[in-house]
Design a protein around this ligand. Structure first.
Ligand code: BMX
Ligand code: ZN
Length: 300
């Protein structure tokens, strides 16, 4: 069966895998990315990640990376300091030259959405949104089987929807972005403001499950803010399904219930029947979607 390599590049780790045409993972690997050490370091880890899974009969390489990517040239257009000096990297050319395999490069949120549509919880959806809530809030939109990217390929950054014009500054330079209020680090900051010093998502999860009032209140607050952003996403896109992935989405109903409540109250009624649920591929959504770029020739 035809196989492709899928790679997911984040600020702290790179996941790579060989995936078959049906979306099954044949072999996988995790290496650090050391994104704050700069381009050369990230590239050397990327080579390690690809070489570590390379085998015969690979049709191509698909890569999802944080940052804004031009999907035609496979060039990184901009990136936050999590991937230092990553902007301006001609990633597609570098990888094609080194491995001599056709290569597709796209944003990490876009490929996670594609993975869920192709082999996960969003199969059969006509309009799918996926929000990856972790270090940042990544996102992807799949419409009629294609990745929606905008005019130059750098759109679909739903995490940078502003919910407050005089709000806090976001990493992107904008003001009041939902990412600045509801990402993993934002949740940890909110807990600190309430006098709780919790640093890992696992600990937050444990506290929520044991009924810790302050933790539940903080989750409800970020869920409510996500709900208002989601109302706008629904009114703009009328998705049939919204999937939540990334570390923070492991909070499950603690997070989804407040989102649902705001949506059921404020979204335009025609779009309220949207399904809002956790992504099913978990951490693997990125590598699976990245390999789908190869099988679907870029999903353009
Ligand atoms: C930021 C932005 C997005 C990315 C999202 C999730 C950069 C480097 N990142 O909003 O492109 O999809 O974070 O990324 O510009 P992660 O770091 O949480 O994986
Ligand atoms: Zn922003």
């Amino acid at each position: 069966m035809p196989k492709a390599i899928g790679v997911d590049i984040g600020g702290t780790k790179i996941l790579s895998a060989v995936i078959d045409e049906k979306g099954n993972i044949v072999k996988s690997l995790r290496v650090p990315s050391e994104g704050r050490e700069g381009r050369e370091k990230i590239l050397s880890h990327l080579y390690e990640a690809i070489e570590g899974v390379l085998m015969n009969d690979i049709e191509g390489i698909g890569i999802g990376t944080a940052g804004q990517v031009d999907p035609d040239t496979g060039m990184i257009v901009t990136a936050t300091p999590n991937l230092k000096d990553w902007a301006g990297t001609p990633l597609k050319d570098i990888i094609e030259e080194r491995f001599n395999l056709p290569t597709y490069v796209d944003n990490d949120g876009n490929v996670a959405a594609l993975g869920e549509w192709w082999a996960g919880g969003g199969r059969g959806a006509r309009c799918l949104l996926c929000l990856t809530i972790g270090t940042g809030i990544g996102s992807g939109i799949i419409y009629n089987g294609k990745v929606f990217r905008g005019a130059k390929g750098v759109g679909a950054e739903l995490g940078h929807m502003s919910i407050k014009y005089d709000g806090i500054r976001c990493n992107c330079g904008g003001v009041g972005c939902i990412e600045a209020y509801a990402s993993g680090p934002a949740l940890i900051r909110r807990l600190q403001e309430k006098g709780k010093s919790i640093t890992t998502p696992e600990e937050i999860q444990r506290c929520a499950e044991s009924g810790d009032k302050i933790v539940l209140e903080a989750i409800e607050e970020i869920g409510t803010l996500l709900g208002y952003a989601t109302v706008s996403f629904i009114n703009i896109f009328n998705p049939d399904i919204i999937l939540l992935s990334g570390g923070v989405s492991n909070l499950g109903d603690f997070l989804i219930n407040p989102i649902r409540k705001v949506v059921d109250t404020y979204a335009l009624p025609g779009g309220r029947d949207v399904k809002i649920t956790r992504a099913t591929l978990g951490e693997q959504a990125g590598v699976v979607g990245a390999s789908a770029l190869v099988f679907l020739k870029g999903a353009k």
